[in-house]
Design a protein around this ligand. Structure first.
Ligand SMILES: N[C@@H](Cc1ccccc1)C(=O)O
Length: 457
């Protein structure tokens, strides 16, 4: 609209001398006219120039006099034809109008002082100050001499008056308001806290960047039988394209096949026909223990050295989505690999790890995982909820998993896993996981939680 108005006008006219008047005439916001002009200028369609103009504005006192008349006029009007005593005059107009108005009225020769009374010297006078102020209010031109006089009386100021004002210096050391944008998502924040805890405890981070994994590393290497319900497509997302993996370490695959079918290393195995096609199937990894199995296998290929590893990354499960479950979430996984570790070492490290997260009261419950024996679910007492809540799963990796990899037979691995979402929801008081992750996430959450504003370090 502004563009049409400007270009339309310039088609018929040489120039628009004053954008302010133009805006008023066409009923368009002046800012819009200015903006559009700037962009038309940038595109080379028009030539524009800034006009600097000093505009005058009335002070509060000036506004008052434009309305009620100048103090000198008020003083003059209050004098009756028969004269008035100074005291009486002051009482009539008020002390401040009297003080300000008497001098100018006398200077204008509007009044004269008798011995006791004050008289009018003229019958009618013209309130020039009021007239000038009204003119300025209506943005009409006024003589420069008059302007100077009104400025001296502080009845008007010019808009450029800042030049004469005393300005407070910038304080470059002042702390500003925290910026409203760029907040950390609570998951990132808690993830960083957890990463710091692991690093302080001397753990190394495992590379976790492959979301797509083969069934082999996700399940078979972990001694998870091929009929296990978790390997059903109802629980796992299998890939259509590419649907299978091409590369697996053949010798190791052979040993895994044997341990599943007939055992070894003191185990009876599962006693079923292990199928390579099942192991080849690609999937979205269902747990970060797939990362651990790859790392431990790599470790077993070198002379043994004890290790402490951790990972925090995304995993996927084909689950019905509800207020506490999503089809993808983050897992935190820690493992320690050394000769002669026991369940006591696992319990000890869990106490150390969780107490750093503020969870000091822990309980363990016997559980089952195909790849750990013994296995323990971890519970923590939640003061706010007043009850024990499950916070993770743990165990010692089975010999059926470790020995086919080629690890020495006195090497034990203690490990645990938990979701990142669970402690985050507890820490931030979020009861619906969809408020935390996914397309319905409440961005206000990050703004409201001051902890999200603190930098990564
Ligand atoms: N992988 C297990 C967690 C776990 C990790 C390591 C040892 C024991 C359990 C899970 O998905 O819940």
């Amino acid at each position: 609209m502004a563009e049409d108005a400007i270009l339309g006008y310039l088609e018929k006219n040489e120039e628009i001398p004053d954008s302010g008047k133009f805006a008023e005439e066409f009923g368009i916001d002046h800012d819009e006219i200015v903006n559009v002009t700037k962009s038309l200028n940038a595109y080379g369609l028009v030539l524009s120039q800034d006009i600097k103009r000093e505009s005058l504005v009335l002070t509060d006192e000036g506004k008052l006099y434009a309305d009620t008349g100048s103090p000198e006029m008020q003083v003059f009007s209050a004098i009756p034809p028969e004269g008035i005593s100074p005291d009486e005059l002051q009482r009539k107009v008020g002390p401040s109008v009297f003080k300000i108005g008497f001098g100018p009225a006398k200077q204008n020769e509007w009044l004269e002082r008798g011995k006791q009374l004050i008289f009018r010297k003229k019958e009618h006078v013209d309130d020039k100050v009021k007239g000038l102020l009204s003119q300025i209010q209506a943005e009409k031109m006024v003589e420069p001499g008059e302007i100077a006089a009104l400025k001296r009386r502080k009845l008007i100021i010019s808009h450029g008056a800042w030049k004469d004002m005393e300005l407070k210096e910038y304080n470059f050391n002042a702390k500003g308001l925290p910026p409203e944008g760029g907040h950390l998502h609570p998951l990132l924040k808690v993830r960083k806290q957890l990463k710091d805890i692991f690093l302080q405890m001397g753990f190394e981070e495992m590379p976790t960047n492959n979301f797509v994994e083969s069934s082999y590393w996700n399940f078979d290497a972990l001694f998870q039988p091929q009929q296990h319900p978790a390997r059903d497509s109802h629980d796992t997302f299998f890939l259509k394209d590419p649907s299978t993996t091409k590369l697996l370490p053949e010798d190791y695959v052979e040993r895994v096949k044997c341990v599943h079918e007939s055992g070894g290393y003191g185990s009876r195995g599962y006693g079923y026909d292990w199928k390579r096609e099942e192991a080849n199937k690609n999937l979205l990894r269902t747990h970060t223990t797939a990362v651990s199995s790859r790392m431990l296998y790599a470790l077993a290929q070198k002379p043994f050295a004890p290790k402490k590893y951790f990972s925090i990354d995304r995993v996927f499960r084909n689950e019905a989505v509800d207020r506490t479950h999503l089809a993808e979430f983050h897992q935190i996984e820690g493992l320690i690999c050394d000769r002669g570790l026991t369940l006591g070492d696992l319990i000890g490290v869990l106490h150390d790890f969780f107490s750093r997260l503020g969870m000091k009261k822990l309980r363990f419950k016997p559980a089952y995982n195909p790849y750990t024996e013994p296995s323990m679910e971890i519970f923590s007492y939640h003061e706010g909820f007043g009850k024990w809540v499950e916070i993770g799963n743990s165990g010692m990796f089975r010999p059926e998993m470790l020995l086919p990899m080629g690890l020495p037979d006195d090497v034990r691995v203690v490990a645990w896993g938990l979701s990142l979402e669970r402690p985050t929801m507890i820490l931030y008081g979020i009861d619906n996981i969809r408020d935390l992750f996914g397309h319905k996430v409440d961005l206000g959450l990050m703004k409201k939680n001051p902890i999200c504003r603190i930098g990564l370090e």
